[in-house]
Design a protein around this ligand. Structure first.
Ligand SMILES: NC(=O)C1=CN([C@@H]2O[C@H](COP(=O)(O)OP(=O)(O)OC[C@H]3O[C@@H](n4cnc5c(N)ncnc54)[C@H](O)[C@@H]3O)[C@@H](O)[C@H]2O)C=CC1
Ligand SMILES: O=C([O-])CC(=O)C(=O)O
Length: 327
């Protein structure tokens, strides 16, 4: 079988360094799938990406059939089956939100165009670079020939963080927790929802039985975990972000376990009152390389308010990039 082409942008960055070795080891697509890596960087960072490629060579991974390093988006996405868009423009001092969105538009518009021009028919895109949901929307809108549903953004790190916090609270292991949901934006407004979460056959919400803990401790801890990591480490989450990117693509391609679901930011089909088209996080199951939104969940008032607030932020971001002519 031909190797799967996996394109990673921002390959010389800190997430890239944690991600590439795990992709090459088989963690992304399983132990039977050969991968060919395409690393995209800006010209100043190509040399560093080449250094990482040298180290990848030195691992002699049996599943790694080749590595290309380039600063040309057309080349990087040509024939790509999986694209991990990690490289983005971080917010720097004095930068307004509009400046941030505009700078990222300058990255995700040409990358969307390059995906449209040359990616394989089965291309699946995960945007990690922040603001991830809106960057995914920009790329998607510049790839009109690719099915819109193939553009997704990462809330899996939030999902994993929430599971870990909940396990600690309830004194169980992470494996005991199923059906947790992150709704909305990968930002401080995201909503980690435990009202449908199952803990060894019991309802997590019943076991917690403490709305104040949910609203004052759990939700802010999960939503602000990225900032807490930056505060503690002096750098943003990298290994855990790379791990979440692996989980997202792994489950999308190979399926979610029976009796569980995961969280992915995907173009809304209007489910749960989320306006069609915006890239918002939902509970999803995956099978045969396709994801489906889990339907029929009852949304209580506590959840409704919080989902609506995060969705309102996504609508604002969409309107801002529209006003800037980026979509
Ligand atoms: N969705 C999520 O849960 C998370 C998202 N992030 C985001 O991931 C992104 C990357 O994080 P790090 O690796 O820590 O950053 P980093 O700054 O270490 O690396 C980013 C890399 O992207 C490259 N880059 C910039 N523009 C590019 C372009 N046009 N094409 C290709 N490469 C380009 C840079 O040269 C740099 O090497 C950031 O936007 C960060 O905020 C980080 C953690 C979690
Ligand atoms: O703010 C950042 O760059 C890191 C981030 O998204 C997270 O850790 O969730």
């Amino acid at each position: 079988m031909a190797p799967v082409n996996v394109t990673v942008t921002g390959a010389a960055g800190q997430i890239g360094y944690a991600l590439l070795f795990r992709i090459a080891s088989g963690a992304l697509l399983g132990p039977d799938t050969q991968v060919r890596l395409r690393l995209l960087e800006i010209p100043q960072a190509v040399k560093a990406a080449e250094g990482t490629a040298m180290e990848l060579d030195d691992c002699a991974f049996p599943l790694l059939s080749g590595i290309d390093v380039t600063d040309d988006a057309k080349k990087a996405f040509d024939g790509a089956n999986v694209a991990l868009l990690v490289g983005a423009r971080p917010r720097t001092k004095g930068m307004e939100r509009g400046d941030l969105l505009e700078a990222n538009g300058g990255i995700f518009k040409p990358q969307g165009e390059a995906i449209n021009a040359g990616a394989a028919d089965d291309i699946r895109v995960l945007v990690v670079g922040n603001p991830a949901n809106t960057n995914a929307l920009i790329a998607q809108r510049h790839a009109p020939d690719v099915p819109a549903a193939r553009f997704t953004a990462m809330t899996r790190l939030d999902h994993n963080r929430a599971i870990s916090q909940l396990a600690a609270k309830l004194g169980v292991t992470v494996a005991d927790i199923k059906k947790l949901t992150i709704w909305g934006n990968h930002s401080a407004t995201q909503y980690p929802d435990v009202f449908h979460t199952d803990v060894n056959g019991k309802s997590a919400a019943d076991l917690i039985n403490d709305e104040a803990w949910l609203s004052d401790t759990f939700i802010p801890t999960v939503a602000k975990r990225g900032a807490a990591i930056i505060e503690a480490r002096g750098a943003s989450s990298a290994a855990s972000a790379a791990n979440a990117a692996i989980d997202h693509i792994h489950d999308w391609v190979l399926g979610t376990p029976a009796g569980d679901w995961t969280s992915m930011a995907i173009p809304s089909d209007g489910s749960y009152g989320v306006p069609e088209g915006i890239i918002s996080s939902f509970p999803v199951t995956c099978e045969g390389g396709e994801y489906q939104i889990v339907q029929g969940l009852e949304i209580n008032d506590f959840s409704r308010t919080r989902i609506d607030a995060s969705v309102a932020e996504l609508i604002e971001e969409r309107d801002a990039v529209k006003a800037l002519g980026l979509i």
